[in-house]
Design a binder for this molecule. Structure first.
Ligand SMILES: Nc1ncnc2c1ncn2[C@@H]1O[C@H](COP(=O)(O)OP(=O)(O)OP(=O)(O)O)[C@@H](O)[C@H]1O
Ligand SMILES: [Mg+2]
Length: 252
């Protein structure tokens, strides 16, 4: 699946992720420190412990927050500065669909991002119809979102992101709380996504066949590269930590 390296591949996918010297402080504490990333891998996994900075990194990649120092460029777009271009470039699927959904009906939710991007109402409606048909959910068009299950809401969020045809889709632990069939169906949907994927997960097996894996630890990149060596080192470290009985880290 790897698209290869070099400038031509980056231009081809437009999905190159380049972070240079990125640091971020929140509440007086460093949350991310000295992050340097440069990859044109099509499918990227991010693993790391609770509080290691994965979600913060995801929000930076989408341009939802700006770094204190350094730059974040996705497909050549400075996502923190150029918000309109960022909307076309990167979409994010949060862990909890209830944090993402704002509108009462599926149609309104799916149309919102499209009109934000500058599409006309007619164009947005056509795109909404098309994405619902693509996922075999045309009958959801007028559905009240609160009547959908957690997994169904997650699918609505995924469709909302994909309708905008971003070059990169960031998935922040999209499987939590989902049953196995739903998880398998979403995995199949991810595999069909015609965009770069940045997938945050606690399950190493989910990203084992990905092209590049980043292990975050304490706000820094502990290790990155091909999936197998990074995940093997990560699992070995997590297993060693898990064998201990010190839960003091959960105090924050
Ligand atoms: N706005 C904020 N104010 C204060 N601290 C913050 C803020 N945002 C993040 N942090 C801190 O930054 C650290 C990293 O948080 P983040 O949510 O990125 O971790 P994570 O790797 O996604 O964790 P999890 O696996 O639990 O989702 C945590 O210690 C968190 O408390
Ligand atoms: Mg998180």
């Amino acid at each position: 699946m790897r698209m290869g390296t070099g400038v031509s591949a980056m231009e081809e996918t437009g999905a190159a992720i380049v972070l240079s010297g990125v640091s971020l402080t929140r509440g007086g504490r460093p949350v991310l420190q000295d992050i340097d990333l440069s990859t044109d891998a099509r499918r990227i996994g991010i693993v790391g412990r609770n509080g290691s900075g994965k979600t913060t990194l995801a929000r930076l990649i989408c341009g939802l927050i700006a770094p204190d120092t350094g730059t974040v460029r996705i497909g050549g777009v400075d996502v923190a500065r150029d918000r309109r271009a960022a909307l076309r470039t990167v979409g994010i699927l949060f862990q909890n669909p209830d944090h993402q959904i704002i509108f009462p009906t599926v149609e309104e939710e799916l149309a919102f991002g499209l009109t934000q991007m500058g599409r006309t109402k007619e164009q947005a409606q056509a795109a909404v119809t098309a994405i619902l048909a693509r996922f075999g959910r045309a009958h959801w068009h007028d559905a009240a979102i609160h009547t959908l299950s957690h997994g169904q809401k997650q699918l609505v969020c995924l469709m909302a992101v994909l309708a905008m045809e971003p070059r990169v889709v960031v998935l922040d632990e999209p499987f939590s709380g989902l049953d196995l069939p739903t998880r398998m169906q979403l995995t199949a949907a991810f595999a069909r996504i015609d965009a770069g994927i940045v997938h945050i997960t606690h399950d190493p097996d989910v990203v084992r066949d990905y092209d590049h894996v980043i292990w975050m630890d304490g706000g820094r990149v502990a290790m990155q590269g091909d999936a197998a060596p990074v995940l093997d080192a990560y699992v070995a470290r997590m297993t060693a930590l898990g064998a201990g009985d010190d839960l003091s880290h959960l105090a924050g």
